[in-house]
Design a protein around this ligand. Structure first.
Ligand SMILES: Nc1nc2c(ncn2[C@@H]2O[C@H](COP(=O)(O)OP(=O)(O)O)[C@@H](O)[C@H]2O)c(=O)[nH]1
Ligand SMILES: [Mg+2]
Ligand SMILES: [Zn+2]
Length: 288
């Protein structure tokens, strides 16, 4: 039988197979391959002596640490437009991590009630030109939540962002209407504040929502110099026309990415962020 691990507690894994949750143990062999099943893993299980056993873990598309979740397909990247202030460098870092892990990001600009028209437009401009999907929301009032809920279908979605931006408010709003689970979940959230525990996949609107915020570390220093430019999807529209293969879009002549920046087709802030990060990555290599 095929299923997906939705929860793990003390050596037991809860595997959703069709509409059933089956408690399973992992086969001993995983220990020798130093591979442990994690939440989000697609697994093959069998029933042995009336007990569920995980026989095989399918190859992971990706694996997030802290929280430890496999096969995340989508991230709601949450920023408040105010309180805490919007930080565009941080947004760019989140987007880079999503690109690196093959996760589809949806940028959620929250607390629109606190922002001016101008601030909303500036935030919009940054992601719109880069081609990213975004939404303006007021999580407290539930504005935009139905749209986001519609995006959950067939995805494993993680909610990411700094402390105070509104992640818990969003999470509660998204799971709220699932009558079955409400009490259950809010109880868990309360407990979660005091105890370390593993994340869990919560079924909402024909998809799964990870119940713990994702990407707690937004360090991008592990990237290779040459790899960075591939993580800016809007560069890829032009980079194939650069004169030099392997063009870093920096000091090279006849660079179509730089031309696009000059023509306003690529946001200059995104490009500046790229160059600053590129220099940081180069420096890091020098001192190694
Ligand atoms: N004004 C305003 N406040 C909000 C909005 N969404 C959340 N908040 C408030 O922001 C604070 C932090 O929210 P929370 O969900 O705990 O953020 P988290 O740390 O990311 O989980 C709380 O006081 C929320 O009530 C919003 O759209 N507008
Ligand atoms: Mg929270
Ligand atoms: Zn170039």
């Amino acid at each position: 039988m095929q299923g997906i691990i939705v929860k793990g507690i003390a050596g037991f894994y809860y595997v959703k197979v069709n509409d059933q949750i089956i408690e399973c143990k992992a086969r001993g062999k995983f220990r020798y391959n130093s591979l442990s099943p994690i939440v989000g893993d697609k697994v093959q299980i069998s029933i042995d002596n009336e007990k569920g056993v995980i026989d095989k873990i399918e190859k992971r598309i990706n694996e997030l640490k802290r929280p430890s979740v496999a096969n995340v397909t989508q991230a709601f990247i949450v920023f408040a437009l105010k309180n805490p202030d919007f930080n565009r460098n941080l947004l760019n870092k989140f987007l880079i991590l999503c690109e690196h892990e093959g996760i589809h990001p949806i940028v959620c600009f929250n607390k629109i009630d606190l922002a001016t028209e101008k601030e909303i437009d500036e935030a919009k401009g940054l992601v719109e030109l880069a081609g990213y999907e975004y939404i303006m929301i007021n999580a407290k009032k539930g504005i935009g939540m139905d749209t986001l809920k519609g995006k959950l279908k067939d995805n494993v979605t993680v909610i990411s962002g700094l402390s105070g931006v509104g992640k818990s408010t969003m999470f509660n709003s998204l799971v709220e209407k699932e009558a079955m689970k409400v009490g259950d979940i809010s109880e868990k959230i309360k407990r979660g504040k005091h105890t370390t525990r593993h994340s869990e996949l919560i079924e909402v609107a024909d998809g799964f929502l990870v119940d713990t915020p994702g990407f707690s570390s937004i360090d991008i220093n592990f990237l290779e110099v040459q790899e960075l430019k591939e993580l800016f999807p809007e560069f890829l529209l032009y980079s194939h026309m650069c004169k030099f293969t392997g063009c870093l879009h920096y000091k090279e002549p006849c660079c179509e990415v730089k031309n696009a920046v000059e023509q306003g087709k690529i946001h200059k802030d995104r490009y500046e962020f790229y160059i600053n990060t590129l220099n940081e990555l180069k420096d890091r290599r020098k001192y190694k």
